[in-house]
Design a protein around this ligand. Sequence first.
Ligand code: NAP
Ligand code: GDD
Length: 323
Amino acid sequence: MTKHALITGITGQDGAYLAKLLLEKGYRVHGLVARRSSDTRWRLRELGIESDIVFLDGDLSDGTALQRAVVKARPDEIYNLAAQSFVATSWDQPITTGIVDGLGVTHLLEAIRQFSPETRFYQASTSEMFGLIRADRQDENTPFYPRSPYGVAKLYGHWITVNYRESFGLHASSGILFNHESPLRGIEFVTRKVTDAAARIKLGRQRELRLGNIDAKRDWGFAGDYVEAMWLMLQQDKADDYVVATGVTTTVRDMCRIAFECLELDYRDYVVIDPAYFRPAEVDVLLGNPAKAERVLGWQPKTSLENLIRMMVEADLRRVAKE
Ligand code: NAP
Ligand code: GDD
């Protein structure tokens, strides 16, 4: 029997990699797409999978659309990846962020509860929920302390997922994923901003790179590895919550150094610190402990930060050269 999956946020970084993984596993993949005035399917084309996907219209803020999508797709599994996912924007659009990243999760869970209670559910939770960290290495038992409207909205999404699991017995899991990147990462996130700028500087298309707090530390992994953990969570008999991380943390400064060194450049010659990129409240450091994911799911990250950054720099170099 062919399994059916519904992915919200299929046009985003993780949505594209997850869709590819599920197609390779023989799934029929349905993708929820919000109406936009310009094209958002470039990542799916880049991976060569656009024509393999059944697209359904819907926005996370519109519960009726989500109900229709669930009834149409009759999915065995739903992966809720849709979100206003850029932390910095969440201070400028706190209400939208709350509606989509928080209440949107309830809309989807309600659609499952009413129309398809056997459907397994994955919620894209985040290490941003740890915010002002309460333990040096964060795991499933570390208390949360979000530091942005994004983190607060995602914390609601996390707890409503736990609550629907406990209240209605839904197979609903929450993946607490630490930062993960790839050549398909949005250009506004720091890793991609850096690799794109390094490529442009190398090719003489840009002179400097303006950044904010380069002392911030993140636990960065490869998105292609992380979508596998999402899938594994929904293959377990029992739904649960898992931290997915590499267990290594690195400053933005060092990440820059590695990226520029790939092109035989010294980041110190090009990086300018610009107060415009500092945040109203910062998450200074994140460092995950993925021991539970390793023990229960048999999941481990496969890609080192050095290899990830090299992959991103090389992809950006090829793309910028063609412009
Ligand atoms: P992304 O590239 O920003 O993708 C977000 C997706 O959500 C896009 O497909 C976007 O559609 C869609 N979307 C936004 N608002 C929507 C709405 N109102 N209704 C329906 N769809 C909407 O994010 P990502 O990096 O793939 O992350 C996937 C999920 O994991 C997000 O929920 C994010 O918060 C979470 N997460 C990410 C990371 C990470 O490091 N990447 C870590 C932890 C958790 P458009 O293309 O039309 O904008
Ligand atoms: N974006 C950006 N731009 N970040 C900068 C810059 C800059 O110019 N300069 C310094 N930074 C710092 C930010 O202040 C932050 O501490 C760090 O770089 C990482 O920023 P982002 O790449 O924007 O990611 P994020 O950590 O805020 O959020 C990402 O990871 C979360 C998981 O921890 C997003 O993917 C979220 O959706 C995800 O939940």
